[in-house]
Write a protein that binds this ligand. Structure first.
Ligand code: AMP
Ligand code: ZN
Length: 314
């Protein structure tokens, strides 16, 4: 049975932290667990890190990722830690933070809370003219800040010994691909479930343990987690308006409906294979990447100052 008290950091010997429903080979937890395991094996083939740090948002996906990564901690021999980025969004960030605090306590995972030097509302205020002109988008800006902070946090805390995990699922991957397809950028930025970092560039490796799990499965798994006493954030981010990902997901579902009629009910898998191939054939040359003159983290910016430093007006 579930016993949250016996799972302090590093105390999971790999015996499994799940209830008896994990025993069913065809159960939903087993289905997800199998996919998480395959991502960890892929990572192990490269190098198993000493630390995996899961980026937790308070949502169902990163909670599920943390849950399964905790179960595999003893098996693969890493230490699982977690972090939450507090962007200071009123009526959203504080609730999410509490949810993450509770979940990590229950799972016995050490939590780091990170507050950027400026809150998202402050950044929006300072860049309001550009936002109004459509030159920068709020969700994209938020994504940029989170990616930057994730990497900086991981690098400063664990260096080469750490890997970042996020809760991205298969539908997130597909939505990202769709935006790349019409942006004529097939394969661009697509790194799959394991993306290797580069210590010379202070880039931590990243994994997406749920990259092969559909959103609907995770939605169903959320009920399992709720029954076990976990909580997820109930509020939607108020700044989410205009986020294109939701539209891309609706587009994918519409295509899937059509493909069902042709009995080729595997649009998601087929698209993933296609993009993975496209990505493999792409040149892996990153010589264009520079080091930011201000923060010394990598940037593709021609003037040598990264977007994060520009946003923060450093
Ligand atoms: P999103 O970009 O909101 O779809 O989130 C994608 C993934 O990023 C989540 O599954 C989390 O792993 C991570 N993430 C999102 N927001 C936060 C946050 N505030 N703090 C830490 N990780 C986050
Ligand atoms: Zn910089």
């Amino acid at each position: 049975m579930w016993d949250c008290g016996s799972h302090g950091p590093g105390s999971n010997p790999g015996g499994g932290i799940f209830g008896e429903e994990m025993n069913g080979k065809n159960s939903l937890p087993s289905y997800i667990k199998k996919r998480v395991r395959s991502v960890l094996y892929k990572l192990k083939k490269e190098r198993m890190p000493d630390y995996i740090t899961i980026a937790m948002s308070g949502g169902k996906d990163s909670l599920a990722a943390a849950y399964f990564l905790k179960d595999f901690e003893g098996v693969f021999g890493y230490t699982l830690e977690a972090f939450f980025i507090d962007l200071g969004i009123e009526g959203f960030s504080s609730e999410s933070k509490e949810v993450v605090k509770e979940a990590t306590e229950k799972l016995g995972i050490k939590l780091h809370i990170i507050k950027p030097e400026k809150s998202l509302p402050q950044i929006i205020e300072e860049n309001w003219e550009k936002i109004k002109m459509g030159q920068i988008k709020i969700c994209a800006t938020c994504g940029l800040i989170k990616r930057y902070i994730m990497n900086k946090f991981c690098w400063e805390n664990y260096g080469e010994k750490g890997v970042i995990a996020t809760g991205h699922n298969l539908d997130d991957e597909l939505a990202f691909m769709v935006s790349n397809i019409y942006g004529q950028n097939v394969g661009y930025g697509f790194k799959g479930s394991v993306a290797l970092g580069n210590s010379k560039e202070k880039l931590c490796s990243k994994i997406k343990p749920l990259a092969k799990v559909r959103e609907a499965k995770l939605e169903a798994f959320k009920d399992v987690l709720l029954k076990k006493g976990f909580r997820t954030t109930t509020k939607e981010c108020l700044l989410k308006d205009g986020n294109t990902q939701t539209k891309h997901k609706a587009f994918i579902h519409a295509i899937e409906e059509i493909s069902k009629k042709f009995k080729t009910n595997n649009f998601a898998t087929a698209t993933l294979h296609y993009i993975e191939k496209a990505h493999k054939n792409k040149e892996k040359d990153v010589s264009w990447r520079k080091t930011c003159k201000i923060c010394h983290y990598p940037t593709s910016s021609k003037d040598g100052i990264c977007s994060y430093c520009k946003l923060m007006r450093r």
